[in-house]
Design a binder for this molecule. Sequence first.
Ligand code: IPE
Ligand code: IPE
Ligand code: MG
Length: 256
Amino acid sequence: MTAQKTELQELPADLKRELLPKHVAVICDGNGRWAKRQGIPRFLGHQRGVDALKDLLRCCDDWGIGALTAYAFSTENWGRPQEEVDFLMTLFGRVLRQELREMIEENIQIKFVGNLTALPKSLQAEISRSMEETKGNRGIRFTVATNYGGRQEILHACHVIAQQVQQGLLQPDEIDETTFERHLYTAGICDPDLLIRTSGEMRLSNFLLWQTAYAEIYITETLWPDFNRSEFHHALCAYQQRERRFGKVPHISPES
Ligand code: IPE
Ligand code: IPE
Ligand code: MG
């Protein structure tokens, strides 16, 4: 990985550094279809999906993007066959164990978001260890959404805020966007500028419902295990062509 890093660090010439997203979020979808196309079991698609994510993380780091958030497992994914769920939980734990040393060395700060208490205890232990051991790192912020659901996250924030109101610590009229965001799992991380979904589906599937209010959305037919640097480069080129208006009128030149 280190040799590759030296070769590929340069930002492609057609990308403008000042227009790069600060935070990229990805819905890593299409592992199953990728495996099906290869005529191999679904779980091998998930395994290849991990490689694609590792490469995207290094690419973001190389190109100076400060934060990457990946959707690894949704609150709805428990509804999959038990053997697929078990495989995914084991895979997450194994990858964390294998990758932690390198992430520490590369100054990556890893954080898991979602309802982590429902995950297998051994995975919870790996997650706590990885967050603890990288919390002092000041490089790219890598957030992994595991047992994550946007609705569940919003409800969780509501429960915490309601308790504070009940205890007299907070007045209802003090609840504004800033207070609310403080209770989301993503507190302290800026909202994603760019949301990428692979495999062509045109939906959010319960991902970052609050945080993506003004994210630019990029959807590609490419299946997640095939999403590489060149695909990411395309996504960033498309992003840099967008005019982000945030509800305001576009910039009008004095002549027009
Ligand atoms: C995304 O790939 C990975 C997870 C949800 C864990 P899928 O497993 O959803 O792949 P498809 O959508 O069936 O192709
Ligand atoms: C979204 O993909 C969840 C993850 C990528 C982890 P799904 O494959 O679960 O989404 P749907 O079912 O197509 O909406
Ligand atoms: Mg899917």
